[in-house]
Design a protein around this ligand. Sequence first.
Ligand SMILES: C[S@@+](CC[C@H](N)C(=O)[O-])C[C@H]1O[C@@H](n2cnc3c(N)ncnc32)[C@H](O)[C@@H]1O
Length: 188
Amino acid sequence: MDASYWSKRYRNKETRWDLGEVSAPLVEIFKEIEKDSEILIPGCGNAYEAEFLFNSGYKNVCVIDVAKEPLEAFKKRNPSFPNHQIILGDFFDHSGAYDFIIEQTFFCAIDPSLRSNYVQKMYQLLKKDGKLMGVLFDREFEQGPPFGGGKEEYKNLFSAVFSKVEIQDSLQSIQPRSGAEVTIRCVK
Ligand SMILES: C[S@@+](CC[C@H](N)C(=O)[O-])C[C@H]1O[C@@H](n2cnc3c(N)ncnc32)[C@H](O)[C@@H]1O
């Protein structure tokens, strides 16, 4: 799935993943983040999470996506969000050093053959003691994207690289995802 695949989905409004608002489990997770932290949201889509953080006083939020359509919509909704913190590009080519990276429906969007690369790249983009935090599906799908997964797989995948990995059932998921999501916290 390249940039043109995702752009087409946004243009055709085939975006069932899009919540139209900040994700409730992430609002809980954000309570653990200090205001001056450097935060990356990869595969951000319409980036309601970045909007929520920015409007809550987190000024060092950076978003990246391969599709220009959601980034343009984000800019329109948030004219005071710094342009240099909105990146049109491939997460796997990105460089930087962040305190926190936020995951939501990005892991499930990439081809499963790239999952180890995803974990390595997340680790590389974090500062010492930095954390990857977010929500992952705890279910399979017939055909992806989204590509599903489960706790055992995630534990093995992330523990191979990160020093500490916590995976818990998500209690705040929206109704259609209820019982089918876990929260994940991985410390570099
Ligand atoms: C399923 S959508 C989720 C969007 C957003 N996280 C949300 O929850 O609404 C996956 C997003 O990842 C983006 N994406 C896919 N591969 C990417 C890559 N290699 N680098 C950056 N963004 C990517 C797509 O353009 C799309 O916006």
